[in-house]
Design a protein around this ligand. Structure first.
Ligand code: ZN
Length: 191
């Protein structure tokens, strides 16, 4: 069963995730349900905050996207598909020099997309689902997707990364989503 998606306006999206002390079955189960939820919404990534949990946990799957990506493990290139879906626990990013502009969307902002400039590639250290350390280098769309998700884990949203020019035409819709979400939260609290 997919989990309920959290939309913009819910304060949890601005909450930094807690480090995960132990990768246990509860975390593996949450990750599996997040992957189901991401797929149900045809997303390429999902952070724990987007299903209502402020934890350092996100999932990514770029297989359906035509934009190119590369992935290196221990300095050797591996097929991107071989690591998808990718679950990242307590990820730490190190952007490498060079940036790239590309179009982005977010499941917490249905229907919105805009260009966002990000590092063209990233080095990443995290724990995998088996609790073992994982070190990788990603480029292209995968690097973008990872940066977007790790931002979520720190309470940062893609609207924060847009230029004022890119954001201005979306402002009314951003406010509408925020208003609807807050109204929904109030209603749920009353019942
Ligand atoms: Zn997002």
């Amino acid at each position: 069963m997919p989990l309920r998606l959290v939309l913009y306006g819910d304060p949890i999206l601005r909450t930094k995730g807690a480090e995960i002390a132990r990768v246990d079955d509860a975390i593996r189960d949450l990750a599996a349900r997040m992957i189901t939820t991401m797929r149900a919404h045809r997303g390429v990534g999902l952070a724990a905050q987007q299903v209502g949990r402020a934890l350092m946990l996100c999932v990514v799957d770029v297989r359906e996207v035509e934009r190119p990506s590369q992935l290196f493990l221990g300095g050797r290139e591996v097929p991107v598909e071989s690591m998808m879906p990718l679950t990242l626990i307590n990820p730490r990013l190190e952007p490498t020099p060079g940036s790239e502009e590309g179009s982005e969307g977010c499941l917490s902002f249905p229907g919105l997309s805009a260009p966002v400039t990000r590092a063209a590639s990233v080095r990443l250290a995290a724990l995998g689902l088996d609790g073992r350390p994982l070190a990788l280098l990603a480029t292209g769309f995968l690097a973008r997707a990872i940066q977007h998700e790790v931002d979520h884990l720190n309470g940062v949203l893609f609207i924060d990364r847009m230029t004022p020019e890119a954001r201005r035409p979306l402002e009314a819709e951003i406010r509408r989503i925020e208003r609807d979400t807050k109204a929904g939260l109030k209603k749920r609290r009353r019942h």
